[in-house]
Ligand binder design. Structure first.
Ligand SMILES: Nc1ncnc2c1ncn2[C@@H]1O[C@H](COP(=O)(O)OP(=O)(O)O)[C@@H](O)[C@H]1O
Ligand SMILES: O=P(O)(O)OC[C@H]1O[C@](O)(COP(=O)(O)O)[C@@H](O)[C@@H]1O
Ligand SMILES: [Mg+2]
Length: 320
């Protein structure tokens, strides 16, 4: 293994830079040259590679976003695009590629692996929707950002006897919504994994009010519906409940990685290089019960990662 490349793909996540730094430094430690690919699969197709050395990744461990930049690439979804990308790697004698991204990026990485390029994936997405790893890089930071917002909203909700709907990210999954609801002490979590029941929500709000509670917080994952749609449904079903909507949006994607995210990103970056060195490829650097584990890439999306049932129960039991 003489020369590897690294890229970031899909939605950015706090901690991606810490992972890039670890990849570059671990590669240098083993005397392997490292090339950075700009803008994910877009840059791979267009051949935008540049050498990155140990000093180039100084003081990025604490920065959010990704210094390599990222993209969602339509072209990479085509065979023609992927062939071009594969050829760009051959032209530069790349022995292995490290893909830092989420489930979509791993599907793309697997296509490259099938075309004969050794690939290792590092899970990084605020959504945490990657099977085979307890946590993805960026999830913990996004949670803390959402929690901070919820705590601020609770202050004003309490002061004004208000009902708040807080829309958080999560297109197909409710990890951010569920954990924000648990840690933020919300009354209700509306999640893509659980069929939405407006009747149950109204019942809960009424019971809460009857028991003397004058304010409530509903945490809604964007994948179910928008905060404004839920506001409208509530107004139709329970006219006494006028909700105020806050959409957290892309604020959840930025910021310095938490200590947890900077640590797992560092561990995963180094582990990815070691996997390539040991001939383990077509795998993701999974964190399983605290241990770094090589997880076959298809396992990361073929099995849907489940929400923690204990947390689901806790939202129901404690929000009275
Ligand atoms: N089935 C697939 N085959 C090939 N490439 C894919 C596939 N799914 C996604 N990709 C590539 O990975 C990119 C990132 O995926 P996306 O789902 O947007 O983000 P994430 O990796 O964060 O989940 C896509 O824009 C596309 O180029
Ligand atoms: O910024 P975009 O492209 O609109 O994407 C928004 C989506 O990206 C995410 O922030 C992260 O998703 P991915 O990791 O799959 O890219 C989702 O929570 C959100 O739905
Ligand atoms: Mg994804």
């Amino acid at each position: 293994m003489k020369r590897i490349a690294v890229l970031t793909s899909g939605g950015d996540a706090p901690g991606m830079n810490a992972a890039i730094r670890a990849v570059v430094r671990c590669a240098a430690y083993h005397d392997i040259k490292c090339l950075g690919v700009a803008q994910g699969y877009e840059g791979l197709i267009d051949g935008i590679f540049r050498k990155i050395e140990v000093r180039d990744v100084g003081s990025i461990i604490q920065r959010g976003g990704t210094v390599l930049r990222t993209s969602r690439s339509e072209r990479f979804l085509t065979e023609e695009g992927r062939k071009k990308a594969r050829q760009q790697c051959d032209d530069r004698n790349i022995d292995g590629l490290i893909v830092i991204g989420g489930d979509g990026s791993f599907r793309g990485a697997w296509e490259l692996q099938k075309m004969g390029l050794p690939v290792v994936g590092i899970p990084a997405t605020i959504d945490n929707d990657v099977n085979g790893t307890d946590m993805t890089i960026g999830f913990d930071t996004a949670l803390n950002t959402a929690l901070d917002a919820v705590r601020r909203l609770r202050d004003t909700a309490h002061s004004h006897d208000k009902l708040f709907i807080v829309e958080v990210m999560g297109r197909h999954c409710g990890f951010i919504a569920l954990q924000t609801a648990v840690a933020g002490g919300a009354e209700f979590a509306v999640l893509p994994e659980i069929p939405f029941d407006i009747g149950a929500l109204c019942k809960k709000l009424k019971a809460s009010r009857l028991s003397g509670k004058n304010y409530s917080l509903i945490i809604l994952a964007e994948g179910v519906m928008s905060g404004y749609e839920l506001q409208k449904k509530l107004a139709e079903q329970a006219p006494g409940y006028k909700a105020t909507v806050t959409v957290l949006g892309h604020i959840q994607r930025g910021g310095a990685p938490s200590s947890y995210d900077a640590t797992i990103a560092t561990r995963m970056g180094a582990y990815a290089v070691n996997c390539l060195l040991e001939g383990k490829h077509g795998v993701m650097t999974g964190l399983v019960n605290g241990h770094m584990t090589p997880v076959p890439l298809p396992n990361t999306w073929e099995v849907k990662k489940r929400l923690n049932p204990e947390l689901l129960e806790l939202v129901k039991e404690l929000s009275i």
